[in-house]
Design a protein around this ligand. Structure first.
Ligand code: UDP
Length: 238
């Protein structure tokens, strides 16, 4: 097996990835076990893994149009990410991996509180650290939570696992002429409004020179290729 290029990573998955595109269900167990296998390969190869998962398959504060106040909705969204974190924790443990779920909102019966030094210790011991409840604050997204934790935990790269294979000149699902970037700078992505992540998340990565790789998490073996430094997806960096 070739050397790992990235020895500590943060994997950001959207909540919607978990239902496999089927909005009639919240969590698809096949997707969960498929993701667990992909993650298992890289952990067994020696990669330290932190995971931030979204909550969009359950609840999104800002866009829900439910009459619920923004802040209340955002807290509901954060709690939704803990539910997804528990689901992924269960799938990873079924695959024989050691995990810790840490939450930015105290929920001691189900998750450890997020303590940076403790999270790093877990990573060093080879435990997968699942980070629930985003930043713990309303008005943020789990992309921002991912960017924040990636920097705090000193990962080598933030991996954004999606259902498209990278960043395109336009939305490839709407524009057949769209082409994929292999590499793009933070500036170019912002100037071209390519929406790799929301601006808060993006600014945090740019300021701290945290590279981001956007790749298709649904292709078997892709995650391993990314951590080995193969040309998969799009690298956003300086
Ligand atoms: N959220 C929040 N603060 C955070 C992270 C998340 O308020 O630090 C709320 C917000 O309402 C968001 C929801 O949780 O819409 C679910 O997260 P997100 O939309 O990022 O999930 P994804 O799109 O990745 O599934």
């Amino acid at each position: 097996m070739s050397e790992l290029k990235y020895k500590r990573i943060l994997l950001k998955l959207s909540g919607e990835a978990l239902n496999g595109g089927d909005k009639s269900q919240i969590i698809n167990s096949d997707i969960l076990s498929q993701y667990a296998q992909e993650i298992k390969y890289i952990v067994e190869a020696g990669c330290q893994v932190a995971i931030v998962i979204g909550g969009g398959n359950i609840f999104r504060g800002a866009s829900q149009n439910s009459g619920i106040d923004r802040e209340q909705g955002d807290y509901m969204g954060m709690i939704a990410t803990v539910i997804n974190g528990m689901a992924i924790q269960s799938a990873l443990e079924k695959a024989g991996l050691n995990t810790r779920l840490m939450s930015a909102i105290k929920m001691e019966q189900v998750a450890e509180p997020f303590i940076r030094r403790r999270a790093i210790r877990h990573l060093e011991k080879g435990r997968i650290v699942i980070l629930g409840a985003g930043t713990g604050n309303p008005y943020f997204s789990t992309d921002s939570g991912g960017a924040l934790r990636a920097n705090e935990l000193g990962v080598n790269v933030l991996l954004k696992g999606t259902s498209v294979d990278g960043v395109y000149t336009a939305d490839p699902r709407k524009d057949a002429t769209a082409t994929k970037y292999d590499k793009i700078s933070y500036e170019e992505a912002i100037n071209k409004n390519l929406k790799v992540m929301d601006l808060t998340a993006f600014a945090l990565c740019k300021e701290n020179k945290m590279p981001i790789i956007v790749f298709d998490m649904n292709v078997a073996g892709n995650l391993m290729k990314v951590v080995q430094g193969e040309d998969v997806g799009t690298l956003v960096g300086e």
